[in-house]
Design a protein around this ligand. Structure first.
Ligand code: AMP
Ligand code: MG
Length: 419
């Protein structure tokens, strides 16, 4: 058995994780597959967009200088979207035009059909219009050569729309990290398969951790829980390490006699970056790397207690996945919150406290969700944020700013709209 030699600070652990993960290789994906990935290169406009002057409405293209109310115009052609008119507009003439239609030669304004006597071979105009009226100018959206999207941007629907208007059928992105999640523990049973025998519990961690990995933009899958038997564990870890960029385990990483994850990993060629962090919950977290094949696998051994596992994922694994996938924003929102009473921290470790948040005139008031035991899964469903109360302090006084990681961003939105 091995005991923790030296616990490192939470900040050092976060830094070591970041220093020991790299962006994944770049690849090109079709537009339809790009959502949620990050651009690996700046993207520039290939041409002016829109590419030609066009009409913003359905109506008539005319010479603005002719638009005297009551005047009658001759309709000499038609310009629907996608089919430019053949002729041009002379004095007292008009070309019927629809939204997106190319502005015909001679015309410098569009009069809406609502401002005329209606559709026909002739019409009477009801309103004078200035030059440029209802006309969308070439390049009015972006100009050729403009930087339209910067490297590191997460690609969502608006980014896909913009790239498509510029004719990009594919985008250069960082590959998604492949994450394999493995629970360890002889007591674990697959939910939905059978009743529990005495001493057994259902495996919840692997499901939670896969969901967290997917939320972080990774491809993630779980493998069936491994028992604490040394050979079974070794085989399961060996397989997980084979086809993953990141392996996340839970359980078996503390100092118990059945905690074999760390020693098995070291045996399998994973080198330890750290083991043990001044953190509550999550003290036994292990982080290691195996770089044998160039690409390398990163390994997170998270504690078995469900709250510890999920909190450690937020603090260490999520930022690592965000870096691997090329995201510039590596963290969930971090804001200052306050408590309205003194909060103790007697642990000598940073306490990532589950809190609810309420918007007040002084900012965000945090309140503990209640009992903070690391096995209390239901407490996580109530938490809006993790308030980081910190290792050096004895605690925080009423009103003192405390950094908090926002777990539910809708809390910020609700607050902003005053509800
Ligand atoms: P360990 O870190 O393996 O000593 O586990 C600490 C506690 O977490 C024990 O009570 C375990 O039964 C529990 N635990 C471990 N793995 C899981 C899991 N996958 N799902 C739910 N609870 C777990
Ligand atoms: Mg265990």
């Amino acid at each position: 058995m091995q005991l923790f030699q030296k616990l490192i600070d939470h900040n050092d652990a976060v830094r070591l994780v970041q220093e020991n993960v790299r962006r994944l290789p770049v690849k090109t994906v079709p537009l339809v597959e790009a959502r949620g990935l990050s651009l690996s290169e700046d993207l520039y406009a290939r041409f002016d967009s829109p590419p030609f002057d066009n009409s913003a409405v359905d109506g008539y293209a005319v010479r603005s200088m002719d638009t005297e109310p009551g005047r009658t115009f001759e309709v000499v052609g038609e310009a629907p979207a996608g089919r430019p008119a053949e002729g041009s507009v002379g004095e007292g003439e008009a070309i019927k035009i629809f939204t997106g239609g190319v502005i015909p030669g001679g015309a410098d304004a569009i009069v809406m059909v609502e401002d005329t006597s209606g559709w026909g071979e002739q019409f009477e105009i009801r309103k004078a219009v200035p030059p440029g009226n209802n006309l969308r100018q070439r390049g009015g959206d972006v100009r050729e050569g403009d930087l339209i999207l910067t490297a590191g941007t997460e690609i969502g629907a608006p980014e896909i729309a913009l790239a498509a208007t510029q004719g990009y059928g594919e985008l250069p992105v960082y590959r998604r990290p492949r994450v394999v999640v493995l629970s360890t523990g002889t007591e674990l049973v697959e939910p939905g398969t059978r009743e529990l025998a005495p001493g057994e519990i259902f495996d919840s961690n692997s499901y939670a951790l896969v969901a967290q990995a997917l939320e972080s933009g990774a491809d993630a899958r779980r493998v069936s829980a491994a028992s604490d038997d040394a050979d079974v564990l070794r085989t399961a870890l060996d397989e997980a390490l084979e086809d993953a960029d990141v392996v996340v385990t839970s359980g078996g990483v503390s100092v118990g006699e059945k905690d074999l994850v760390k020693s098995t990993l070291l045996d399998l060629g994973v080198s330890q970056v750290f083991w043990g962090v001044k953190l509550k919950p999550g003290k036994p977290v292990f982080f290691g790397a195996r770089d044998d094949d160039g690409d390398g696998v990163r390994f997170f051994g998270l504690p078995g207690n469900p709250v510890s596992a999920m909190v450690c994922f937020e603090l260490f694994v999520r930022p690592a996945l965000m870096k691997m996938t090329g995201r510039e924003d590596r963290h969930r929102p971090l804001i200052d919150v306050y408590f309205d009473h003194h909060v103790e921290n007697k642990f000598g470790r940073m306490h990532a406290m589950r809190v609810t948040l309420t918007r007040t005139e002084k900012g965000f008031r945090a309140e503990s969700v209640g009992a903070q035991g690391s096995g209390l899964v239901s407490s996580l469903t109530k938490a809006d944020a993790l308030a980081l109360i910190g290792p050096e302090s004895e605690g925080v006084s009423a009103g003192e700013p405390v950094a908090a990681i926002i777990l539910r961003e809708d809390v910020l939105l609700k607050a902003a709209s005053g509800t």
